[in-house]
Design a protein. Structure first.
Length: 519
């Protein structure tokens, strides 16, 4: 295999065909729903690509895929990618109305769905706007069977492959979710960032334990390892003991997790955790949500300095990442940009701020500028000149390290002072009784908003007035007085997105119910 062959395959979305020739009988995907060798995977990709083309689909046509963590998901997006389509993975936690909105908004002409989610797709399978409707894992009225349909087509390589694009949808924390689209494809090169991931195709194994429709697992746990000839292990649903057993049994070397997964692992007593052999693990990546510092310290103590953190979004980023040794020197940072001038902090008037000054975080847009599909106004609102924002607030220190302090839409304004809830959450996460917490602004006749912390306690602790007093003292010992919660509420569990992010808007909403304004 020459470098030219690799580069050509990366540009045309056909890297899987390379490994189908190099190691056809090696397992590419391990899944309780069915394994695939590299040859089996590539054959089905070609079959499905031919089916889609036979129905008149091709470059920039939309396709929506609603599927769990299974081999067919990889086949579906890879086939669409191979013939130049615009691919939208759909969150299978959504309601039927939300699914219908996304499928309509992305202008999907094809849908590939898992029968497990039949209720959520009931409306779209009857739509005349969708030309191709395939279903796996059972049957849905109006859909053709996925496996019998693709087997009617040849597994021969596509003679004229064209690299497609992804269009993932934002989480929709404000208003309707929007598709993030980059018109030009972004090829995934094999052995991506060798100094960081360091894939070894003959020995490495990558775990995918998050929902595959989400941007991070899709990229870090599926596309990049498979593009480097590294097999992946799919986990359908999180179970702490099962995760540890899987890491041990499959000798996993690479994995991506979100902070809530760290916290769940750490709920196991150290003696129980250490019964599992995790010596094969040498690269553990995390992001998508702020990680409580104490949880990260404990993870590093447990698995070693193999943890990397990144900061980015579906819209992009500038390669911001931080290793364990760096993070121990700069606890709380999400890293530095490899090109410092491509990351800046702006104030509300779009003036660039200096070191340690808090404002909106912006990245210089690459040549392949993103847009929000069918929403020019939202796109323009996210840009300042050549820079765009993910909507986060933070500061860059004198050494170029970025620190997040909250979301602009989550900022609590009390008496005209901005308070960033992530700081409060991080402080309370260090309390021995706190399993999880979420600070929100609640109505105050005097100050506009007061800070309230909604707290999930660990087992064995009492949600009573004594605990509120203890949390209040603990907060005041570590935070400026104006940042401290004025009140505490207790819940059995905080709502989170599948990506691991706390749904702060959902926590906040009940306190503003019945009011004309929410600020």
């Amino acid at each position: 295999m020459t470098q030219e062959e690799l580069e050509t395959a990366a540009m045309t979305g056909t890297l899987s065909s390379i490994y189908a020739r190099l190691k056809p009988d090696a397992t590419a995907i391990y899944s309780v729903r069915g394994d695939r060798t590299f040859k089996e995977l590539n054959d089905n990709i070609n079959r499905l690509a031919r089916l889609l083309r036979a129905q008149g689909l091709g470059p920039e046509d939309g396709i929506a895929i609603m599927c769990g963590n299974r081999a067919e998901y990889v086949e579906a997006f890879s086939a669409a990618m191979r013939i130049g389509m615009r691919i939208t993975p759909v969150n299978w936690h959504l309601t039927s109305g939300e699914v219908s909105y996304i499928v309509g908004d992305c202008q999907a002409k094809a849908v590939i769905v898992d029968a497990d989610y039949a209720d959520a797709v009931a409306d779209i399978v009857n739509s005349d706007d969708v030309w191709v409707k395939l279903c796996m894992n059972g049957s849905i009225a109006g859909c053709d069977d996925y496996h019998s349909s693709i087997m009617k087509f040849s597994e021969a390589e596509i003679e004229d492959p064209q690299h497609g694009t992804f269009m993932l949808y934002t989480s929709g924390t404000t208003g309707y979710p929007k598709g993030v689209w980059k018109k030009k494809p972004e090829p995934v090169a094999p052995q991506w960032a060798g100094t960081l991931f360091g894939y070894e195709p003959d020995t490495d194994v990558n775990l995918c334990c998050g929902p595959a429709y989400h941007a991070a697992p899709l990229l870090f746990d599926i596309r990049w390892p498979l593009a480097s000839g590294v097999p992946i292990v799919f986990v359908e649903k999180w179970n702490t003991q099962q995760i540890l057993q899987t890491l041990q049994d499959y000798q996993v070397t690479h994995a991506h997790m979100v902070p809530i997964m760290f916290q769940r692992l750490l709920t196991l007593p150290a003696q129980e955790r250490e019964q599992y052999d995790l010596s094969s693990l040498r690269f553990l990546l995390h992001g998508a949500a702020p990680c409580p510092p104490e949880a990260k310290h404990e993870m590093i103590r447990w698995v070693g300095p193999i943890i990397w953190e990144y900061y980015a979004g579906s819209e992009g980023g500038s390669g911001v990442a931080i290793s364990s040794p760096e993070w121990l020197l700069k606890p709380g940072s999400v890293g530095r940009s490899p090109v410092p001038e491509d990351m800046v902090i702006f104030d509300d008037d779009n003036n660039e701020l200096g070191p340690n000054q808090t404002g909106g975080i912006y990245f210089r847009s690459p040549a392949n500028r993103f847009s929000y599909f069918n929403d020019e106004e939202k796109t323009n609102n996210n840009y300042v000149g050549d820079f765009f924002t993910l909507g986060d607030i933070g500061h860059i220190d004198e050494d170029g390290y970025l620190f997040l302090t909250g979301r602009s839409s989550e900022c609590i304004i009390s008496g005209g002072v901005n308070i960033y809830p992530a700081e409060i959450d991080n402080r309370l996460s260090e309390h021995p009784a706190v399993a999880d917490s979420c600070a929100v602004g609640v109505p105050s006749d005097q100050w506009g908003e007061d800070v309230k912390s909604v707290v999930q306690l660990k087992a064995g602790f009492s949600a009573d007035e004594a605990m509120k007093a203890d949390l209040d003292k603990f907060a005041r010992d570590g935070l400026a007085t104006y940042k401290c919660p004025k009140s505490f509420d207790f819940v059995s569990e905080l709502p989170r997105l599948p990506s691991g992010k706390v749904q702060r808007k959902k926590v906040r909403e009940p306190y503003w119910a019945g009011r004309d304004k929410s600020i």
